[in-house]
Design a protein around this ligand. Structure first.
Ligand SMILES: [Zn+2]
Length: 493
């Protein structure tokens, strides 16, 4: 089995930690780092010494998936402890266990316990890890987000091993890069915080508003480039509203929540994979274990939880052929609140005790471009998306003692648009105008809206044979914008 270098390093660090006496170490492995491969390597090493292993997962849906992946990594002496599962066989030295089942049965003897998704805390783990009979048995935690409150409290996990980071995985092209826009800023001032995150009912009321939902759809039409997209909503009603609006705009949108049965889920994921569905509006179900090619994430579920936030973004960071980046349309202000996922770095487990403010380095926050809503890296001044560079306003005293203001910011052109791309747009707009019976001038004006100037003289007035979904989406968003502005000016019908 070939391990990537950082996977190898994580395992070496684990060995060193165990030698130093740690019995409850946690390995942080971001989504995409091959957490199961690391787990399989640890299991294989234990098996070479003829040791028995319990591998615990927090959800039924992870049982079969884990067994399958372990088998793919040459672990065959494996059985399952979960209800009446057909792979039940206590003689096998590797047991994949559901926490819920373990809590109700006598726990079999083992030499190593691996706890998957160990940021999800169960009472069973507290009592089990505190049991004197298990004091010297190593428990190894695995998670992408070892940030739960109190994970590092006495009696729980005692060491954090950072295998690799999301930033590093992006740099090394194991994960996709991302870019982020904040097109809307919801008013959450009346929403209470419960257990460290927004209270869901109040959050639903704050987010499920007509103009916010309409904004999600029109922003996606304008910026989404018809990408395969998943949208995270607050609750079922909110998700359904977003889905309905997408459908009304002619976008094939699906709906999914925890009650959607497994067959229907598989159908939806199938349609999504084939491109028959473009957007999946969901409530909390697509945060883990969904491996489709996703190229756009809509955040419509504000959160204060770095864990939930990182899980949502993680759905869009898988690499795929022809994918340059994942587009994040953040309608929830979460990126501005928590920073980019690549900037969330914690070197220690949370002990549950309030720390001095200085003890923890706050995550640097991105800044929003006032021109295009792109979220700039914390230190950037010039907008990488549109080139806008705000000039700091400063008051300067002139010779005769008058004050006047300097600088309002000016638009600096980003790299010039590609002429071939402009020709394609122009040709497709001409085609669209022809199909709709518009005058050809319509295409020129639409072109001007898109590129900020009329088509150049050297551009050919030839129609393309089709209108791409990208251009069609953009036209739709332009129509919506124009209709909105007409209504605003009282010229609506
Ligand atoms: Zn900008």
């Amino acid at each position: 089995m070939e391990l990537r270098d950082y996977q190898q390093t994580a395992i070496e660090q684990l060995r060193a930690a165990l030698l130093e006496g740690s019995r409850r170490p946690v390995i942080q492995a971001p989504t995409g780092a091959g957490k199961t491969v690391i787990a399989a390597a640890i299991v294989n090493m234990a098996r070479q010494k003829d040791k028995r292993v319990l591998f615990c997962v927090p959800a039924l849906s992870l049982i079969d998936q884990t067994v399958e992946r372990f088998r793919a990594n040459s672990i065959f002496d494996i059985a399952v402890m979960q209800g009446q599962h057909e792979l039940t066989d206590y003689r096998q030295p590797v047991q994949v266990c559901s926490v819920q089942t373990l809590a109700r049965r006598k726990i079999p003897q083992a030499d190593l316990v691996i706890v998957d998704e160990c940021h999800v805390m169960f009472k069973l783990y507290d009592t089990w890890m505190a049991d004197p009979a298990w004091k010297d048995v190593p428990f190894v935690g695995l998670t992408a987000t070892p940030w739960a409150k109190g994970m590092g409290a006495p009696g729980r996990w005692d060491k954090l091993i950072i295998g690799t980071t999301t930033e590093e995985l992006i740099e090394r092209k194991h994960l996709s890069d991302f870019k982020c826009y904040a097109p809307a800023h919801p008013d959450l001032s009346g929403v209470k915080t419960v257990m460290g995150d927004y209270e869901v009912k109040g959050l639903g009321a704050a987010m499920d508003k007509g103009h916010l939902v309409a904004d999600i759809v029109s922003t996606w039409l304008e910026r989404g480039e018809n990408r395969p997209t998943i949208c995270f909503a607050v609750n079922r009603v909110h998700a359904k509203h977003i889905q309905t609006q997408f459908k009304e705009a002619g976008v094939a949108a699906e709906y999914m929540d925890a009650f959607t049965d497994l067959d229907e889920r598989a159908d939806i994921v199938g349609r999504f994979g084939k491109g028959e569905a473009r957007v999946i509006c969901n409530v909390g179900v697509l945060t883990t274990g969904f491996d489709a090619d996703v190229r756009c994430i809509i955040l419509a579920r504000p959160t204060k939880s770095e864990i939930l936030y990182t899980q949502m973004i993680g759905r869009g960071l898988r690499t795929a052929e022809g994918k340059d980046n994942c587009l994040i349309l953040d309608h929830s202000d979460t990126t501005l609140r928590l920073g980019f996922v690549t900037d969330i770095i914690k070197t220690e487990l949370d002990s549950g005790v309030a720390k001095r403010a200085a003890a923890e380095r706050p995550t640097p926050k991105p800044k929003e471009c006032t021109q295009c809503h792109f979220l700039k890296p914390p230190k950037a001044v010039k907008c990488p998306a549109c080139g806008f560079q705000p000039t700091p306003t400063s008051k300067v005293e002139s010779e005769n003692g008058e004050l006047y203001e300097l600088g309002r910011g000016k638009v600096i052109k980003a790299s010039a648009p590609n002429p071939l791309d402009q020709q394609r747009w122009y040709s497709e707009l001409l085609r669209y105008a022809d199909l709709r019976g518009y005058k050809s001038g319509w295409a020129s004006y639409a072109f001007k809206d898109k590129f900020g100037g009329f088509p150049e003289r050297f551009m050919l007035p030839i129609q393309s044979h089709m209108v791409s979904p990208e251009v069609a989406s953009w036209i739709k968003s332009r129509n919506i914008r124009q209709a909105k502005s007409k209504m605003k000016h009282g010229r609506g019908v």
